[in-house]
Design a protein around this ligand. Structure first.
Ligand SMILES: Cc1cc2nc3c(=O)[nH]c(=O)nc-3n(C[C@H](O)[C@H](O)[C@H](O)COP(=O)(O)OP(=O)(O)OC[C@H]3O[C@@H](n4cnc5c(N)ncnc54)[C@H](O)[C@@H]3O)c2cc1C
Ligand code: FES
Ligand code: FES
Length: 1359
């Protein structure tokens, strides 16, 4: 033991505390009062009105809250700029720094920043909720770069930002112009002149009309600041001069509930504090402590910020290795290692290279910018990405106690148990020592997660081996260390493997023995937390096998190693490399009038890129407003015995608590039938069911009080899967449906079918993950006689109905308004209305405004998801693949109320033919009642699940007949005039043409040949390809919902205000509808304005859903415009007016009504479930996609290499918006088929509490990130295909492209087939949706798998 103890200095004088805590925000000096230590930077920013920074998740997983922090580094005498997640940054952690939010980057008054211009013009913002976060990540990259970043750096810096709408391609392209390859915006010192002819749109790659507003117009000269160390335009905020002079000081501040916040700048001060408060938590990035305090509700009273303790931030080297201060941030660590790799001999830096690679896949940039090495080590997470590497690389940890005594512990010995390390209460981690590697010493990292980017590991590992030549050509292991994460409660040092390896010769026998020894080290129990036992075990073997091959390859120059590895096995060790995304969009522009047909930019794009666009939660709280939090069931099925709310009533800020007895009107609500209770009375039927509501002065206080309500339950048996429901006959009454065509039984018995197959398809659910959580602000008017609300919903009229019902008020006295929503995808159609109703009760009874905004985890837990489905099929077909009969039973998991589940099931039944002509069909459907939150609408509304089941048996037929799946598809295609299994006749059938065009433009046949060649040469990587068609029926299948109203006012200045019943949720509805109005009046688009959706302007609207809103509201607006034009006609025909403004003025003077209500109903539709025949759809939208993927058969990792999509969208009203919908839907669909897996506490997941949702945040539920975009992503719209059934010959687009992502699923399956053939497995096998790495890996049967599982092993799935 040593000592670092200094002299007996007087701490008070050296470590003087700041007299005043300050912060600069967007150039403005702000004093931070004491008492805010509990606050995050995000809460503070939003409280002071800077609502451009959004709260998407509160756990560092979405990037919506990204801001840039700048501070002056006294050591290098420069400013450093970096992006952080404001939701995890404690407010006082940025004391003395400059925070720039999206508002500080640019706005409409001051002028947009080139980044903002570029993103807006490239169609990179749809709902806009994620947009400020993307701007800030990119802005921080530019401000922190001395030269333009590379394309890779641009894509890398966005890894921590999620977008659920765009599919990322336009975002990448908008920002790519700032990369080195294209210096346009950052090398010109004078504003650009935009070429008037031949301008190529940065988004579409086509000539387009956005040229007039091109970003170059507002670009400003770029300057380089020596102090700032970065480039910036002369319009940008500079670093505040006060902060250049002001040194950071120690802090001693407090917060709610007695929290103390200290900031130390010197080790001695820190040690002194630690001895005073042994239980104190050290905080650097707060990425662990913040999660513990906010999501796990742990209470820490004393927090010591050590980010600026000089001694803990040192990085140094000596002859033996590197010394790394424990507070060093991960982004700094990566830079340091990269420098070492450049400066030192190659053999010395094998560990450095392993760390650099591992850090690359560690969280997003914002997290890496603040998270520390020490924080990662001392958290001792069993899935820490770095701890196995520290162990393997032979690192040692230097520890210091409060008295200054030091000791050294080997990393291998440091981790003692679950989140338990060898640190006494009075000790801290001081630094880490990492030795240089020696010649022939090799260190390698491994990690497999659900998603490659920004995801915690399922299993990771660090491995090191030191080889020495003993005889000529014989190499033996002289030292080794193998460590795993994700297979034990702590980072596991594989002692048995190590013991086995040492002294052994590096050959195939060593490999065999080591794999056997691993079985002794890795002992995962069947019910181990995290599940996926077989997969995790298999990964431990795969990683070692990869390590063996990699080391052999590294030693390749020695002849004895070369013979060990066949060429094709090198595929196991080739690193994943992602080239920059290449996108292409091909469409024709067919203009109708001034605007329809133009690829106009989303009307709110400029507001969204500047953060000025307001969402519900951004609405300023009215005076006296309260926050609501829900009291929720913690049981899946139980009787409520007692409710004790006494503790809640004494909680800070408490203002009221309300249960069923308090409801002034009716308690029963529901989307179609009223089978839900607003507040459960006696029985709860799912976890998260609302039992009551608490209101308090702040959101945090309301949540605290709600948690303090004590409820006693009596457990009742719960139904927790479709299988359970089938076993117990648990179906909703009157929900069994049938569709019949021909005679299935007769066909099966007739002998016409050469083959008959039977099987099951399981299709998992999907979380909407709209970036904006549900939110409503409700207030009373006229002493409580009226109620108004602003809601984040796709169905304002549903909110109006629910609130009117629960309050007992007439509909005419309840108004719901919606300006825009941050994504909906069906999730805010019915499952947002009960929240408004829940908040309306206290608002009405207390006569005060009440706001409810759900936290991300609660939103995911209680508002329902896409339904999981089970399909049981029996299919008869001929030897050439013609399908003759289909007998299908389908079941969906509805949860605890009917909601829209029957309509979802019906649509699945309608779409169970996809595009195939089947002479004999019998489909039976049932809606299962289960004890989960009620599942609901989601883009596609059951259609994708129905088609997924179909494509599964189509694929199986191909395998049975050993034919190409496309051949089976083509032989069964429907055609013009085909009569579908529900009686509708196909008209204007464009699929055949579209299919042929795509097949040729994507070079499918050549690609398949190349894939076969690749697969022959690569044993452990396989490629696959698939081409999938889709046909999506357009209309609500419930006839009365196919109606729409609009209100159009023409003002005397020639501008037009349109209001209609549809909601803008990013899909560009308002833009398209405004284009229709502009073209109708022959005026520019800029003369038309759509302010909001409101139930008092256009009544009785249907929800904005079913893809048909542009059809509906475009037509309704057209009707209103026509009425006004007809009234104007007598005036217009008398003389030629110079402008529309003059005409409008003249009409006004003639006392002509310039306002009209337009109305539209979809003609000629209707369906009768009694006969099972009719015409449920007005028309169909067709499309097809080709996707090529590559899988790593040893780990299940995959990526999409190419995607080519062609869709028939008629004459598009706005092709840029439509392309955006296709790309966004495809990437969302890719999540559904390959990434996003909901894990519920059910019979398949016994390690999760029954009925609970485990995957309830971005940490555990992975939607696609930017890294998941296909390398090559091409979208084309079918030309010369006008649609006679919709406004301006267009077609609906929102939902139809979603299913095309199944091309990725079937391409993955194609690749797995190639892998299985390597081991002689040729037959058909089931693959559940989603095809996650676990399912991919476990389906690739090889020697590492077969020792754990039988060939028919089926990874568990919640359905
Ligand atoms: C969105 C997100 C993604 C993430 N992704 C990953 C990932 O991919 N891989 C991964 O491994 N982890 C990941 N993490 C976990 C986390 O980011 C890391 O563990 C991080 O390194 C913690 O560092 P910090 O500075 O933020 O820790 P803090 O939260 O500030 O502190 C963590 C703990 O360490 C203790 N501590 C810190 N320094 C010392 C010291 N010197 N001596 C003693 N105790 C100390 C603190 O008291 C505290 O208990 C992720 C977290 C988030 C929120
Ligand atoms: S809100 Fe901060 S990362 Fe999601
Ligand atoms: S635009 Fe990105 S989440 Fe909506």
């Amino acid at each position: 033991m040593g000592s670092l103890k200094g002299g007996e200095e007087n701490l008070e004088t050296i470590d003087e505390e700041a007299k005043e805590a300050i912060l600069y925000v967007n150039g403005l000096r702000r004093i931070l009062p004491d008492g805010l230590a509990h606050m995050t930077l995000l809460e503070y920013l939003r409280d002071v009105g800077l609502t451009g920074t959004k709260l998407g998740c509160g756990e560092g997983g979405c990037g919506a809250c990204t801001v840039m922090v700048s501070q002056f580094d006294q050591n290098i005498k420069k400013c450093v700029h970096y992006a952080v997640n404001a939701c995890l940054a404690p407010l006082y952690s940025v004391e003395g720094m400059h925070v720039i939010t999206v508002e500080g980057v640019g706005n409409r008054k001051r002028g947009l920043h080139p980044l903002q211009e570029s993103l807006a013009q490239s169609h990179g913002s749809q709902c806009g909720f994620c947009t400020p976060g993307f701007i800030m990540s990119m802005y921080a990259l530019l401000r922190s770069s001395e030269t333009s970043p590379t394309e890779e750096e641009v894509e890398e810096c966005l890894a921590g930002n999620l977008c659920r709408c765009t599919g990322y391609r336009p975002i990448i392209e908008a920002f790519r112009v700032f990369a080195k390859t294209d210096n346009l915006p950052y090398t010109n010192t004078s504003p650009q002149k935009v070429p008037t002819e031949g301008f190529i749109c940065p988004s579409t790659g086509q000539p387009c009309s956005c040229k007039s507003e091109n970003s170059a117009k507002t670009q400003h000269p770029i300057t380089h600041s020596k102090i700032d160390g970065s480039m910036y335009t002369d319009k940008e905020l500079i670093f505040p001069p006060e902060l250049l002079m002001r040194k950071l000081m120690c802090l001693n501040l407090s917060g709610c509930n007695g929290i103390k916040w200290y900031r130390s700048l010197r080790l001695q001060h820190l040690l002194d504090l630690k001895s005073r408060y042994p239980e104190a938590k050290l905080v650097i990035g707060n990425t662990e402590v913040g999660i513990e305090m906010r999501l796990k509700n742990l209470q820490y009273k004393v927090l010591i910020c050590v980010s600026h303790v000089a001694e803990l931030n040192k990085l140094s080297t000596n002859e033996d290795g590197m010394k790394i201060g424990s507070a060093v941030r991960l982004s700094e660590l990566a830079k340091f290692f990269k420098r070492m790799i450049k400066e030192r001999a190659v053999h010395e830096t094998s560990s450095c290279r392993a760390f650099v690679e591992q850090i690359k896949w560690f969280a997003g940039t914002q997290i890496k910018n603040v998270a520390s090495v020490g924080g990662n080590i001392c958290t001792a997470s069993p899935i820490s990405d770095l701890n196995p590497l520290w162990i393997a690389a032979g690192a040692s940890f230097h520890i210091i106690d409060c008295k200054g005594n030091t000791r050294v512990v080997a990393a291998e010995k440091f981790f003692l148990g679950y989140r338990k390390v060898d640190l006494a209460r009075d000790e801290i981690l001081f630094s880490i020592f990492l030795p240089w590697t020696k010649p022939h010493e090799h260190v390698k990292e491994f990690k497999q997660a659900h998603r490659r980017d920004d995801d915690i590991a399922i299993v990771n590992a660090g491995m090191r081996v030191f080889l020495e030549e003993v005889d000529n050509g014989k190499w033996v292991v002289s030292d080794a260390s193998i460590a795993y994460g994700g297979v034990a409660p702590f980072s596991l040092s594989a002692a048995a493997v190590k013991e086995f390896l040492i002294g052994k010769s590096w050959d195939d026998d060593l490999l065999k023995g080591a794999l056997e020894a691993l079985g002794k080290d890795v002992l995962l129990k069947d019910d181990a937390p995290g599940g996926m036992i077989e997969f995790r075990k298999s990964l431990t073997l795969s990683f070692f096998f990869k390590f063996y091959l990699w080391v052999s390859h590294q030693m390749g120059e020695k002849s004895s190693f070369q013979k060990n590895i066949p060429e094709s096995h090198l595929s196991a060790v080739q690193p994943f490399h992602r080239p920059p995304v290449v996108g292409s969009q091909d469409f024709e522009v067919i203009k109708h009038g001034t605007s329809v047909g133009s690829p106009e930019v989303h009307l709110s794009a400029k507001l969204q890129v500047t953060g000025e666009a307001e969402y519900t939660d951004d609405t300023p709280m009215p005076a006296g407003a309260l926050h609501a939090a829900l009291v929720m069931s913690r049981k899946p099925h139980a009787r409520i015995h007692s409710i004790d709310d006494s503790k809640a009533k004494s909680a800070p800020g408490f203002e009221g608590i309300f249960f069923d007895k308090d409801i002034p009107g009716g308690n029963m609500i529901g989307a179609i039938i009223a089978d839900e209770e607003l507040y459960a009375k006696e029985i709860v039927t799912c976890i998260g069911q609302v039992i009551g509501v608490v209101v308090a002065d702040t959101h945090e206080h309301a949540k605290l009080a709600a948690r303090m309500v004590n409820i006693e339950y009596e457990d009742l048996p719960a139904i927790l899967s479709i299988a359970d429901a089938l076993k117990h006959n648990s179906f909703f009454t009157n929900t069994e449906k049938k569709l019949i065509k021909g005679d299935v039984d007769a066909c099966f018995e007739s002998g016409q079918c050469d083959r008959i197959i039977e099987g099951e398809v399981q299709v998992g659910g999907q979380e909407h993950f709209y970036l904006e959580p549900n939110s409503s602000l409700v207030w009373t008017v006229d002493c409580g006689t009226e109620v108004h609300m602003i809601s984040s919903t796709q169905a304002p009229q549903k909110h109006q109905q629910y609130v009117s019902h629960v309050l007992g008020l007439p509909l005419s006295k309840v108004v719901c308004k919606t300006k825009r929503i941050g994504g909906g995808f069906g999730g805010k159609e019915t499952k947002s209305a009960f929240l408004a109703a829940a908040a309306a009760v206290p608002s009405y009874l207390l006569n005060r405004p009440v706001k409810i905004t759900l936290d991300r985890d609660v939103d995911m837990m209680i508002t329902g998801q896409r339904h999981s489905f089970l399909g049981k099929y029996k299919v008869g077909f001929t030897n050439n693949g013609k399908v003759l009969a289909l007998d299908l039973e389908i079941y969906n998991n509805a949860g605890n109320s009917l909601d829209l589940s029957l309509s979802v099931l019906e649509r699945a039944m309608f779409h169970s033919d996809n595009v195939y002509d089947i002479p004999n069909v019998r489909i039976k459907g049932n809606v299962c009642f289960t004890n989960f939150p009620s599942h609901t609408a989601f883009r596609g509304f059951g259609g994708p699940q129905g088609m997924m089941i179909t494509e599964n048996w189509i694929h199986r037929i191909a395998m049975e007949l050993e034919k190409c799946p496309e051949e089976i598809r083509e032989i069964n295609f429907q055609s013009e005039g085909s009569v579908l299994h529900y009686g509708q006749k196909l008209e204007n059938f464009t699929l055949q043409r579209l299919w042929e065009e795509l097949k040729s433009s994507s070079n499918l046949l050549k690609a398949r040949e190349e894939i076969q060649q690749f697969n022959r040469c690569n044993r452990w990587k396989k490629r696959g390809i698939a081409m999938i068609p889709t046909k999506f029926g357009i209309s609500f299948t419930t006839k009365f919902m196919n109606q729409a109203g609009a209100l159009v006012h023409v003002y005397t200045d020639g501008t037009v205000l349109v209001t209609h019943g549809g909601v803008e949720m990013g899909q560009g509805l308002h833009t398209k509808v405004a284009q229709v109005a502009a073209s109708s009046f022959g005026i520019p688009l800029s003369s038309v304005f759509i302010s909001e959706t409101s139930t008092d302007k256009v009544p009785n609207s249907s929800p904005t859903a079913a893809s048909a809103s542009s059809d509906f509201y475009g037509a309704a607006v057209l009707d209103a415009c026509d009425q006004i034009k007809a009234r104007m006609e007598p005036v217009a025909s008398k003389k030629k007016y110079e402008s529309f403004r003059e005409l409008a003025k003249a009409c006004y003077m003639e006392r002509i009504d310039l306002s009209a209500h337009g109305f539209y109903i979809t003609p000629d539709i209707g369906f009768d479930w009694v006969t099972g025949k009719g015409k449920p759809f007005s028309y169909f939208t067709y499309g097809a996609a080709v996707a090529e993927v590559e899988i790593d058969t040893l780990t299940g990792d995959f990526h999409t290499r190419t995607t080519d999509i062609c869709m028939d969208l008629g004459h598009s009203i706005n092709p840029a918006i439509d392309v955006g919908q296709i790309e966004g839907a495809f990437i969302q669909g890719l999540g559904w088929v390959a990434l996003e897996e909901l894990k519920w506490g059910d019979p398949a997941h016994k390690w999760i509490s029954p009925g609970a949702l485990y995957t309830c945040g971005p940490g555990s539920y992975k939607i696609p990130s930017l890294n998941d975009v296909p390398f090559k992503f091409s979208v084309s719209l079918l030309k010369r295909a006008p649609n006679p059934k919709a406004v301006h010959s267009s077609k609906a687009v929102g939902e139809p492209p979603f299913f095309l992502a199944s091309a990725v699923f079937f391409a993955i399956k194609d690749a797995i087939i190639a892998a299985r053939e390597e081991t002689g497995h040729h037959g058909w096998f089931p693959l559940d949706n989603p095809a996650t790495p676990e399912r991919i890996r476990m389906a690739c049967l090889d020697q590492f798998i077969t020792q754990f599982v039988k060939p028919d092993f089926h990874p568990k799935l919640s359905v």
